[in-house]
Design a protein. Structure first.
Length: 346
């Protein structure tokens, strides 16, 4: 009798919510009874049916920003490093920072308190400002030289970093050559490129990735973003690294945005779109590879004509947001040549 009662309740519930019941089953056995209970629980979690082109759902929890394939590969490589190799990398960066900043390097905090050019000033002779500089990443080149990427934040009078949520990080790049015996602890500064770009938020540049822009072109990809008042956006900026130069090739290509932190019962449209990026051979045979970004996501609009109680989440119509954008290098910058960047602005 209990099994039959459960089956009747299940059929009635699904009829109310416009769901087709499961095919008839024998509910006389304990296993079948368990399956019936499971189906009843599953049915109770669903919302009313909507047209085929859209579905009504409860908004998912905020998702983390997707990691682009190139960045994913880099992070896996870092995860696979042994404690010894991590310690070696850390020591190399400390040696480089000490060679660059000398007595201004602070071993205890692993940063330097240094006077650098004001990025807002165009005057070569402008007064320098005080910054806290931290190593972010470095790359050893085949010829024995090295490139160090560092982040700078404005320093206060106590010599501590003073960044607000809206403050970007400042990109610094140093070209180094071994001083003395190769593989030693001393480096000679070949080129200092100070505060050449402002990226990211909370005083941090973002995620730095070493990339190959082409067969013989070393590049730097920085994935940076900002979150404010429930809205998030992240972008990709590309730089070419020359013998002792850094040239911006793409600034602020949108990779991700969402308003999950601001999506409430009264918000008409909620969305989340992620872009995964990778390089592919240039279609025109150019020296720089093309940049491809694959977008996935969805927008969720409140279903028209639906009334719900105060503070109750309304059913939403889900519309997929998918696409691909292809960027090609035109000799100076990467430009959109195919598809569309569908990341909503914030």
């Amino acid at each position: 009798m209990a099994a039959r009662a459960i089956a009747v309740v299940y059929l009635a519930y699904c009829a109310i919510h416009h769901y087709a019941p499961a095919p008839p089953m024998n509910v006389s056995s304990p296993l079948a009874l368990l399956l019936a209970c499971s189906l009843l629980a599953a049915c109770s979690d669903k919302t009313a049916a909507v047209p085929a082109q859209a579905s009504a759902v409860t908004p998912p929890a905020p998702a983390a920003m997707a990691t682009p394939p190139a960045a994913e590969a880099a992070s896996k490589g870092d995860d696979m490093k042994t404690p010894e190799s991590r310690a070696r990398d850390k020591k190399q960066q400390a040696d480089m920072m000490r060679s660059i900043f000398g007595k201004h390097y602070r071993a205890d905090s692993e940063d330097a308190l240094a006077d650098l050019r004001d990025p807002d000033s165009k005057e070569a002779s402008a007064d320098k400002l005080s910054y806290v500089v931290s190593a972010v990443s470095h790359k050893l080149l085949p010829d024995g030289r090295a490139i160090l990427v560092a982040n700078a934040e404005t320093a206060n009078t106590e010599g501590m970093a003073e960044s607000s949520h809206a403050s970007p990080g400042l990109l610094n790049v140093f070209y180094l050559a071994p001083k003395g015996k190769p593989g030693g602890e001393s480096w000679q500064v070949v080129k200092r490129l100070e505060n050449i770009a402002t990226l990211g938020s909370s005083g941090q540049l973002g995620d730095v990735h070493w990339v190959r822009l082409g067969a013989a072109k070393q590049g730097l990809a920085i994935h940076h973003g900002y979150t404010g008042q429930g809205y998030t956006i992240s972008q990709l900026t590309l730089f070419e690294l020359g013998a002792d130069t850094v040239t911006e090739l793409a600034g602020g290509i949108d990779l991700h945005s969402d308003n999950e932190g601001a999506c409430g019962p009264e918000t008409d449209d909620c969305w989340l779109v992620d872009g995964n990026w990778h390089f592919a051979p240039a279609r025109d045979g150019g020296a720089c590879d093309d940049l491809l970004v694959d977008f996935t996501g969805a927008s969720r609009k409140i279903k028209p004509g639906v009334r719900v109680k105060e503070n109750e989440e309304p059913p939403r119509l889900v519309t997929p947001m998918n696409g691909r954008a292809r960027y090609a290098f035109d000799g100076k910058h990467y430009k959109l040549v195919e598809g569309k960047n569908i990341v909503p602005g914030v």
